[in-house]
Design a protein around this ligand. Structure first.
Ligand SMILES: Nc1ncnc2c1ncn2[C@@H]1O[C@H](COP(=O)(O)OP(=O)(O)OP(=O)(O)O)[C@@H](O)[C@H]1O
Length: 250
C-alpha cells in the first residue's frame, strides 16, 4: 500500500529525515516510536504532502502511484488521511460543514457517526474552537470516518485523551481500520487485503491496548533504526531509553 524509498526531507532548510525506507503492506498497522524532535511528525506530514516539507531525494509510492510530489488534495482523494497532533482552530467554519466536505459518500450519516463518538453536541461549533484535547481528537476521528481513507496516519491519537475516552478513541480507530469493507464470505473476519493500513505515532504506547500492531519502528535523529514487534520495542524503550534501544543489534 505505502512504500517509502531512500526519503530525505528538509524543513526550514534543515535536513530532518535521512534515507528513510519503510513499507506498510495492505491491512497492516505499524507503530512509529521516537524521541521528541526525531522527525515523526515530519514523516507523516511529508506522506500527506503538506507544504514546507521539502523532499530532497527518494520516492513515496501509494497504491502503486508515485505521490512524492502529488498535491495534498489528490493524495486525500487517493485514500490517505491524517489525524493531527495539534490541528488548528478554524474560525467561521462549522465542524459539520468540514465533515460534509471530507465525506467520501454523500449518504454518510454525519449525526450517526458523531453520536458514536459522543460528539453530536459539538457539530455546530467552529472547528476545534474551545474544545478540550480529547474532544479535538474525537473531532479529528469524525472527519476521518467521513473521509474513509485507506491509509490512516495517526499522530499521537492518545495525547490529551483521558483513560475512559481512550476506549472511545480505540473503538473509533478500529472501526476506521475495517470500515465499509465487504467481509470475506468464507471467513467472519475481513482478510488483510480488505482492511485499511495505518501508521500510528505514540509516545506512551497506550493505544497498543486498543489496536493490533503488526510492527513497530523507531525513528531516531531522522533515521529509521529498528523494526520489530511494537510491544517489544516499547518494553525496551521503557527499560533502557531510546539511545540504548537503537543501539541494540535487534
Ligand atoms: N517549520 C519548521 N521549521 C524549522 N524546523 C522545524 C519546523 N518544523 C519542525 N521542525 C524541526 O524538525 C524537527 C523534527 O520535528 P518533528 O515535529 O517532526 O518531530 P517529532 O519526532 O514529531 O517530535 P515530537 O515527538 O516532539 O512530536 C524538530 O527539531 C523541529 O524543531
Amino acid at each position: 500500500m505505502l512504500l517509502i524509498e531512500d526519503l530525505g526531507v528538509q524543513v526550514g532548510g534543515k535536513p530532518i529525515l535521512k534515507n528513510v525506507n519503510m513499507e506498510i503492506p495492505d491491512g497492516e498497522t505499524h507503530v512509529l516510536f521516537g524521541p521528541n524532535g526525531s522527525g515523526k511528525t515530519t514523516l507523516m506530514m511529508t506522506i500527506m504532502g503538506f507544504t514546507g516539507y521539502t523532499v530532497t531525494h527518494g520516492k513515496i509510492t501509494f497504491k502503486g502511484h508515485d505521490v512524492t510530489f502529488m498535491p495534498i488534495n489528490e493524495r486525500a482523494e487517493l485514500g490517505i488521511g491524517v489525524l493531527f497532533q495539534r490541528p488548528p482552530t478554524i474560525h467561521g467554519l462549522k465542524t459539520r460543514t468540514l465533515v460534509e466536505i471530507c465525506r467520501k459518500n454523500p449518504n454518510t450519516d454525519i449525526d450517526a457517526l458523531a453520536e458514536d463518538l459522543s460528539f453530536k453536541n459539538f457539530l455546530e461549533r467552529d472547528v476545534n474552537e474551545n474544545l478540550s484535547g480529547g474532544e479535538i481528537k474525537r473531532s479529528e476521528l469524525l472527519q476521518l470516518q467521513a473521509q474513509e481513507p485507506d491509509l490512516l496516519l495517526l499522530d499521537e491519537p492518545e495525547s490529551g485523551v483521558d483513560l475512559e475516552n481512550m476506549a472511545v478513541v480505540g473503538d473509533a480507530i478500529n472501526r476506521l481500520l475495517h470500515r465499509g469493507i465487504p467481509k470475506n464470505p468464507t471467513c467472519s473476519l475481513p482478510s488483510k487485503r480488505e482492511k485499511k493500513s495505518c501508521l500510528v505515532i505514540t509516545h506512551t504506547g497506550y493505544i497498543l491496548d486498543y489496536i493490533t500492531a503488526d510492527r513497530g519502528q523507531v525513528l531516531y535523529d531522522g533515521v529509521l533504526r529498528c523494526s520489530q514487534n511494537a510491544r517489544e520495542i516499547l518494553k525496551w524503550i521503557r527499560e533502557y531509553g531510546y539511545a540504548e534501544c537503537v543501539g541494540c543489534p535487534q
